[in-house]
Design a protein around this ligand. Sequence first.
Ligand code: FAD
Length: 440
Amino acid sequence: MPEESIPVIKQIDVVVVGGGPAGIAASMAAARNGAKTLLIEQRGYLGGMGTAALVPAFCPFTDKEKPVVRGIGLELLEQMKQNCSLEYQKMYQHSLDWVPIDSEVLKRVYDDAVLESGVELLYHSFVGQIVMDSTDHQVDAIVVLNKSGRSAIQARYVIDATGDADICALVGVPIQKGGPSGELQPGTMCYLVANVNRKSFLEYLRESGDSGQISLAVEKAQEAGDLPQGRKKVSGFAWLSDNLVGVNFGHVFGIDGTKAEDLTRGAVEGRRVVKQQIEFLRSYVPGFEYAHLVATGEQIGIRETRRIQGDYILTQEDYLSCRSFEDDIARNAYFIDVHLTDSSDQMNIYRLPPGQSHGVPYRCLLPKGVDNVWVAGRSASVERIVQGSLRVMPNCFAMGQAAGTAAALASKFSVNSRNVRIKELQKLLIQQGAWLGEDC
Ligand SMILES: Cc1cc2nc3c(=O)[nH]c(=O)nc-3n(C[C@H](O)[C@H](O)[C@H](O)COP(=O)(O)OP(=O)(O)OC[C@H]3O[C@@H](n4cnc5c(N)ncnc54)[C@H](O)[C@@H]3O)c2cc1C
């Protein structure tokens, strides 16, 4: 290739790469706290898995007694509800757990929320290169590729919210992926189905004794060969109205979300699986007789890829003992939910008692070997089993808000990520609605 000079199109305090829940909250927090902030997203909308992959519901924001994830995450949840139909509002007005996602409403809510916070947005742009000054362990610029060509953005601070730790992988941060032999949780192609009848469905559950996850119907279809062996229930139905439902069901195994070839196979196989599931729903599940598939995810949903090695790796023991840390920036109460890696495997599920949660230390967001980058979201520095819990959207909002607030503080005082004053960060987070536990 001929040598190419890359224009520097922008100089900015904080650049956030990736517009999923972590990146949305990170960019809003950074901008609200005074940093000039740019959010870069490869798609033409925000939301990550919740919109692009049609993941149908938000996991609980509460520990079954009180909200644990508050701040920007809760604010966005309430905004989505307020913008949904009246029928939807009646059903979910007071819910904070398993609230269904209306993805088209959510995309607009996210657009407005980041722009109103003062964030600059750049869609349709993929970050595939960085410029690094290895002498001072800093990323100097990121390189985006889009319809305008290749260009560089100089940033004082970078938040990697790609979900896959793409920026950290480019930096050379030590990384782990999946289990000991590289095994990964499966992907799922989620989808939206119209022309269904919730009342008939509920009547079927009452009369048949089947669970809300229709395990009886699934087992019957598996025995008859109308569904492949594997998980014996639907992960979730999220009813947006009495005749529209989001579905999270089944798995596609062996998909590494950092490989384009695997994502391609996931898309093709995922759509095949959905076709089979729609046929199953129509013939086995009352209320779904006339089900019409409206949309599948733009990509297969990815639960797990890279985890960075940060200044601290949150352990299973920390999770189970509900440990708190001096540098907590969030709390988590969601159960550990590691999906099977192949159809013969079992799911790993551990739950904390109601009212209990553990802390998430700031150090889990600090990748080793680089001083002006934070990671927020599902690739934070935790053991694999803890990732099975921390990865869900409410937690990604909370980690994002912490990373964005820290980046704004670093920018204000011109210090690196490791020299942000923790007490000041915690104070700001609490002032801005986050919850860090009873003692804070
Ligand atoms: C099938 C499935 C079911 C799930 N069920 C639930 C559930 O019920 N409730 C729940 O709360 N959570 C659920 N989760 C988990 C949750 O959706 C994700 O873990 C969460 O969205 C992760 O948030 P994130 O911000 O870290 O990353 P993501 O949501 O993955 O967002 C990352 C964003 O970065 C962008 N991006 C990535 N790389 C680049 C790049 N190099 N350049 C530019 N942009 C880039 C992507 O396009 C994306 O928008 C589920 C996940 C899956 C896959």
